[in-house]
Write a protein that binds this ligand. Structure first.
Ligand SMILES: Cc1ncc(COP(=O)(O)O)c(C=O)c1O
Length: 455
């Protein structure tokens, strides 16, 4: 149903624009924001959100939008799912904070049990809860160093792991994210990420990356770091901020083999790709790998600030009381939201993400033929990247055209985000239906056609 000024947001599935964008109230917020907020953020367009329900967001002027960004892949169960809201309200009235670092409360091990049981591998596992994705990565790095008594890390170009100093040392997504912050953690080496669309060796999506593994074993391990000094290899099974690039199955499996061979921990960053987004709990499950440490955040609590890392118990059990902690991580209200979120993802939305992902990919199967500026359509489930190029033959990146598409979509009521230099990312809530998918496809087709005329 399309929103009208009379309909309630809860009855709305498709957007309706009532004012020019930004509207008058939105303009006031933008002015205040410019005056008082840090300018380090990267807002693509002036959405000033007020309310949300399902996959629909209403702005301060009463315009409604179909949300295919989900607060950067966070609102997994949609905006304000009644079961999540109820869980938050009930918990907030009962106990808001206690700190799991110093005290116990029953929901904390409950969520830990639920979470570790989703992570592949027969070994027993334990969880540590954090406030964010970057804190999960930070904790995983500390645990890797602590457990292995080694201090080096291998990470990948294009990957994004967060903005705190440790995680930022692994991040090699955009130089602006590192520029100006001085020396980062020593002992981190980056190697290329397998990107089949831009593979220098003309490999397919199944075989791309063999040369990278060879470089790791023959160059990095021989000339830079003895593998016995490497604590962990950290990888996103699907690059998020880097442009929704999927690592081939064999690549992740080989990486795991190399890790096992040298006693290196295999850390998967599933902060963006996890929590049902690809149709399984974890994107890495599609490759059949079993991480030593897995990091999660974003979709885990439908928008409440929560992250986690899960490690094999024999690894987690190495560190001693006091070696790592957090005041807010695993806050009872966030945990309540996560318990409700995981119930919904497990019972319904994980499968819906798979089904709707298949639906969207089928509809976009010919886009590289239909649009000369669409170089590649890729991803899994509801983690979809559309790479925009100036020329399909040269594959020249077209960030200006990508930005034009993202902006035009906003002005037609569809919220999307960019990822990487020139990729449009689709990361809707996992509950979207066919009507909403069709609407998004239609708007995207119109915006790509319009941008194409400028190419
Ligand atoms: C894969 C990945 N890891 C880590 C992070 C950092 O998460 P946060 O922004 O919650 O610190 C992000 C955020 O985009 C991410 O996509």
């Amino acid at each position: 149903m399309i929103a009208t000024p009379e309909t309630k947001l809860n009855d709305t599935k498709l957007p309706r624009l009532l004012t020019q964008l930004p509207g008058p109230k939105a303009k006031q917020v933008l002015e205040q924001d410019t005056k008082y907020m840090s300018p380090s953020f990267t807002r693509d367009y002036p959405l000033v959100a007020k309310r949300g329900h399902g996959a629909v967001v209403e702005d301060v002027d009463g315009n409604t939008f179909l949300d295919f960004a989900a607060g950067i892949a966070v609102c997994s169960t949609g905006h304000c799912h009644p079961k999540v809201v109820e869980a938050i309200q009930k918990q907030a009235a009962e106990l808001i904070h206690m700190s799991g670092t110093d005290f116990y409360y029953e929901s904390l091990p409950q969520l830990a049990e639920k979470l570790v049981n989703t992570v592949p591998g027969a070994d027993p596992k334990k969880a540590f809860f954090t406030n964010s994705g970057t804190e999960a990565i930070e904790g995983a790095m500390k645990l890797a160093r602590y457990a292995t008594k080694r201090d080096k890390f291998i990470a990948f170009y294009g990957c994004f792991h967060g903005r705190t100093m440790g995680a930022l040392s692994l991040t090699a997504s955009k130089s602006t994210q590192r520029k100006g912050f001085g020396a980062l953690l020593a002992g981190v080496e980056h190697i290329p990420y397998p990107n089949a669309y831009r593979c220098a060796h003309d490999h397919t999506a199944e075989t791309c990356g063999a040369e990278i593994l060879e470089t790791l074993e023959r160059q990095v391990f021989k000339r830079l770091f003895d593998p016995e000094e490497v604590a962990a290899i950290v990888i996103e099974p699907i690059q998020g901020e880097g442009g929704y690039v999927t690592a081939p199955k064999f690549f992740l499996q080989e990486l795991q083999r190399i890790c096992r061979q040298h006693g290196i921990l295999f850390i998967l960053d599933e902060v963006q790709s996890g929590m049902g987004r690809t149709g399984k709990w974890w994107a890495s499950e599609h490759a059949g790998v079993e991480p030593d440490i897995l990091c999660s955040a974003k979709g885990i609590a439908s928008g409440m600030p929560l992250g986690a890392f899960v490690a094999r118990s024999r690894i987690m059990n190495t560190w001693k009381p006091g070696s790592h902690g957090t005041t807010f991580g695993g806050n009872p209200v966030c945990v309540a939201a996560a318990l409700a979120t995981m119930d919904l993802i497990g019972s319904e939305y994980k499968e819906n993400a798979r089904r709707m992902g298949d639906y969207l990919f089928a509809k976009m199967a010919d886009w590289t033929k239909e649009f000369k500026i669409v170089g590649d359509v890729r991803g899994r489930g509801l983690m979809i990247g559309i790479e925009i190029v100036r020329d399909q033959r040269t594959k020249e990146e077209a960030p200006d055209l990508r930005n034009a598409i993202v902006d035009a979509a906003f002005h037609k009521g569809l919220l999307i985000l960019g990822a990487g230099a020139n990729t449009v990312r689709l990361s809707p809530p996992l509950l979207i239906d066919e009507e909403q998918a069709d609407f998004a496809l239609r708007i995207l087709e119109e915006c790509i056609t319009k941008a194409q005329k400028k190419a």
